[in-house]
Design a protein. Structure first.
Length: 344
């Protein structure tokens, strides 16, 4: 079974081909970061237009990589939501039109489910059940994952997500867009212990998160400094911020493992690429004898491979594909609204 995956939820256009027997055959990706950097953030209308320009060339690239023909595709999976409505509509319309022309069914996929399942693309994938720490964009959640579509929410952010806190704190430090990744790089140059920042809700007794207070603490720290901010201050503040957020994520993840009795932790989403987070989790895994799994770095960002994989796994789990032609997107779509039997 050959699945074509299309991702266009925000500022990356991704196309991939996944074979149920052979695995991932090809994936092609275009990032709009350089285009949006001029504006300091994603401009939705520009994002939509760029998806239109990129989707056909990327499809051709993926087909060439795979050595397969478009006529061999058995179903077309695409991101239905959540995301930017205009960007989602580009991928949805292209997928539905292509599937209609090929007389193939479509599989609408939840973007976060794609991230959640992306570690299954690795050479050493986890097995069900496992605890998942999902840290992607505006989402920070802990879940028990029993099978495809069987998700139990254990805890989530009550305000800013980890990725949002990274981006907002980076902006406070004067870093250009996209700030979160630059803050992580800068943190590696900083000295630990120079500044002390709070660990929000670390001892709350539950598995929820809150990072808006941490962002405010960075703002207070910045206001106490002379202008312009020195490079040494920026590096030390970035180090303090990253250590605070990573410690909270790790402590809550360990609590989730203890609460569920599971011995596998999956980390997915953009913040899952953070080197300090991975190092601290790996150290805890060795000490406490559990296993931790991450997607390959190239699959931490939005990509078509995770959408193709999720579509394939949903078909194998019994989710019905739908006839091509009629479509709708869901810019706001809680992950818990989907089930193993199909999307809702």
């Amino acid at each position: 079974m050959l699945i074509l995956g299309i991702e266009s939820s925000c500022d990356e256009t991704g196309i991939a081909l996944y074979d149920s027997a052979a695995g991932l055959l090809a994936h092609a990706l275009h990032s709009q970061v350089a285009m949006h950097a001029e504006y300091g953030g994603v401009v939705p209308e520009l994002a939509s237009r760029d998806h239109i320009r990129r989707v056909v060339p990327l499809l051709r690239e993926a087909l060439a990589q795979s050595g397969r023909a478009l006529a061999e595709v058995d179903a077309v999976a695409y991101t239905r939501g959540p995301g930017l409505s205009g960007a989602l509509l580009v991928g949805c319309a292209f997928a539905e039109a292509l599937a209609l022309a090929l007389d193939k069914p479509t599989i609408p996929v939840h973007h976060l489910e794609g991230h959640l399942l992306s570690p299954l693309l690795s050479r050493t994938p986890p097995t069900f059940p496992f605890v998942a720490l999902l840290v992607s964009g505006g989402h920070t959640q802990l879940m028990r994952v029993t099978a495809v579509g069987e998700y139990e929410l254990l805890g989530e952010t009550l305000d800013d997500a980890a990725g949002e806190a990274f981006d907002k704190s980076a902006k406070l430090l004067g870093l250009p867009y996209p700030g979160g990744a630059l803050l992580s790089q800068l943190a590696e140059l900083g000295t630990s212990g120079v500044y002390q920042l709070p660990r929000p809700m670390q001892h709350s007794g539950d598995l929820n998160f809150s990072f808006s207070g941490l962002k405010t603490a960075v703002l207070t720290l910045v206001r106490e400094q002379d202008e312009p901010l020195s490079e040494v201050f920026k590096a030390d503040a970035a180090r303090a911020f990253q250590e605070a957020i990573v410690e909270v994520l790790v402590k809550k993840s360990l609590k989730a493992l203890k609460q569920t009795g599971l011995k596998q932790l999956v980390v997915a989403g953009g913040v899952g690429a953070n080197r300090q987070l991975r190092a601290m989790l790996d150290d805890e895994a060795r000490r406490k004898r559990f296993r931790v799994f991450y997607p390959e770095l190239e699959f931490c960002t939005d990509n078509g491979a995770m959408i193709a994989l999720a579509g394939c796994l949903r078909l194998q789990a019994g989710s019905p594909a739908k006839p091509a032609g009629a479509f709708a997107v869901q810019p706001r779509w809680p992950l818990m609204d989907i089930s193993a039997s199909g999307t809702q």
